[in-house]
Design a protein around this ligand. Structure first.
Ligand SMILES: [Zn+2]
Length: 133
């Protein structure tokens, strides 16, 4: 039989289907998280409908993304779900997004530099070819 530990004063008191305590971050005014607050049921349903509608768009987006950035995107996606479920705080998600932006900026700058080098190399090659003929 399950004997649940006493609820953490900062964590959601709801019990999940598997019998464990939810553990999500409590909202300010209640002892449950975003995912277990009955007042937010309609918002959750709407977010879930949106998620369904947007999933094919997300798949296309992932295909268009440089492969190196796909894991970053996937982790951000999980962070998004975790914020909605109250498993991480909005502050933690904001910090993760800031780090991800820096990673993406660095990766993008690296790719742009490589493209410029490729173009310059190609142009130098053209000049050499013209000079030789
Ligand atoms: Zn909860």
């Amino acid at each position: 039989m399950n004997t649940l530990p006493p609820p953490d004063p900062e964590r959601c008191v709801s019990v999940r289907r598997d019998g464990e305590r939810c553990g999500g971050a409590r909202l300010d005014d209640v002892d449950v998280c975003w995912a277990h607050d009955p007042r937010l049921a309609e918002k959750r349903a709407e977010a879930s409908r949106r998620g369904g509608r947007n999933s094919s768009k997300l798949i296309r987006l992932q295909k268009a993304m440089p492969p190196r950035l796909v894991p970053v995107f996937e982790r951000l996606e999980r962070a998004f779900e975790d914020v909605l479920a109250g498993r991480i705080t909005a502050r933690q998600a904001t910090a993760a997004a800031a780090v991800a932006r820096a990673m993406i900026a660095t990766a993008t700058a690296g790719e742009l530099e490589q493209r410029v080098r490729d173009i310059e190399a190609a142009r130098a090659g053209d000049k050499d070819a013209k000079g030789a003929s």
